[in-house]
Write a protein that binds this ligand. Structure first.
Ligand code: SF4
Length: 408
């Protein structure tokens, strides 16, 4: 995979040494077991895959290069570059301004832009409407478009299915930048509806089965269906794609559910289901798959707690938290500063969208076994900082340098 130039402050000597070693030993990426960092009284099990993905590194490289190459110009980002506060703050400190918030609300009106300005499209991609608005202002986005190729792959898949006259069901968070972009690209080609979760998929199933009055659909799915969507006609032939960072098991369950509803309604068999249900495998990206599989394998370890590092509005990170929570006490933190001391941690409860304080989060035993992973938008340096904080708090004699030595 292509190597990117990412600012050194995001890299970590410890994590780089570990990733390099693991890559050498497992070129085909078949081994998902975690890496043990044995500090004696502290044992850290680091997920096999975590941290910056292809799309994030690509976006960061383009953004920082654009800043370096255009000192005289105003540089804007459509919205957050990626869902990581440190990276976004660094861009702002270099003079970049955000045009919208993560929900698409205007922060800086487009009519204040001029053709001389640069607008960077983030890794999530953007809607056709926004792209057209920028082009009408004379702002050409091609050079500064950091849309991840794995997101574009979903758009291409939706287009291919749409061209065969299937309606697209997008499994994604309706207000997430990527889902809004995917929805826009798909809706330009074929009727499209977004489902947030299984609960909504079940409700959509009721409209397919005509168990609910058709007119209710338009209020129930307000803002989630394409213009001119006809619920009585457009749910007869469907295909499912998803936001690239959803939980693999959720997307599979939703796709299987809709498939079964269609099969029952039209008395189809395994041989004839393709008449009305496009055979799509999930459109999760490689990083989501690798990071989630690594967490499943890491969870086989008999550990005490898990720590997941990443931005609180990061979709892929929250899914890693969700997986860990099923097995053991899990703390979702955005930086090492959230570990206040040996007894106190401030962590994010993404279910209730609030920061919580937990006391005595570290068990009083030796060794303490901690699972650690991070999201695809989290710098490795942040994970190393968390490890160093734990090392200092627990007071071990093995140094991080000695651990790096073991992987060199
Ligand atoms: S998480 Fe996947 S789709 Fe999103 S930017 Fe990274 S590689 Fe691309």
């Amino acid at each position: 995979m292509k190597q990117f130039e990412v600012p050194i402050l995001y890299r970590s000597p410890l994590i780089s040494a570990i990733k390099k070693k693991r890559k050498e030993l497992d070129k085909m990426k078949k081994d998902f077991t975690p890496t043990l960092l044995d500090f004696g009284p502290l044992q850290i099990y680091l997920a096999r895959h975590f941290g910056f993905c292809y799309g994030v590194e690509n976006a960061i490289e383009i953004a920082f290069r654009t800043i370096d190459e255009n000192p005289e110009k105003r540089i804007f980002l459509l919205s957050e570059m990626i869902h990581n506060p440190q990276v976004n703050d660094d861009l702002v400190s270099r003079g970049v301004q955000f045009l919208m918030d993560t929900k698409g609300n205007t922060v800086i009106p487009f009519d204040t832009l001029t053709a001389d300005d640069i607008v960077i499209i983030p890794a999530f991609g953007t809607t056709l409407d926004i792209e057209n608005s920028l082009n009408e202002l004379g702002i050409h986005t091609e050079k500064y478009n950091t849309t991840c190729p794995f997101v574009e792959k979903v758009w291409n898949r939706a287009e291919a299915i749409g061209n065969k006259n299937y309606t697209i069901i997008v499994h994604g968070k309706p207000y997430h930048e990527e889902t809004r972009a995917t929805f826009s690209h798909s809706a330009a080609n074929t009727p499209t509806v977004v489902v947030n979760d299984m609960e909504q998929a079940i409700e959509l199933g009721k409209y397919i089965n005509e168990e609910k009055p058709a007119e209710d659909f338009y209020s129930e799915f307000k803002g989630q269906y394409s213009k001119g969507f006809d619920v009585e006609k457009n749910l007869e032939r469907v295909g499912v794609v998803n936001q690239t960072t959803m939980l693999a098991s959720d997307t599979q369950a939703i796709s299987d559910y809709i498939r079964q509803v269609i099969m029952n309604k039209y008395n189809l068999t395994e041989d004839t289901i393709a008449e009305r249900f496009a055979d799509t495998r999930d459109t999760l990206c490689y990083a989501t798959n690798e990071n989630q599989t690594s967490v499943y394998t890491m969870l086989e370890t008999d550990a005490d707690i898990a720590i997941v590092v990443g931005g609180y509005n990061s979709s892929n990170t929250s899914h890693l938290v969700e997986l860990c929570e099923e097995k053991l006490p899990t703390y979702f933190i955005s930086s090492e500063e959230k570990i206040i001391n040996k007894n106190e941690i401030r962590h994010y409860d993404f279910h209730n969208k609030e920061v919580k304080i937990t006391y005595d989060f570290l068990p009083d035993k030796e060794p303490v076994k901690i699972l650690i992973t991070s999201g695809a938008s989290c710098p490795d340096a942040m994970v190393e900082a968390v490890i160093n904080k734990l090392v200092n708090l627990i007071g071990v004699s093995t140094t991080t340098e000695e651990i790096i030595e073991q992987f060199s």
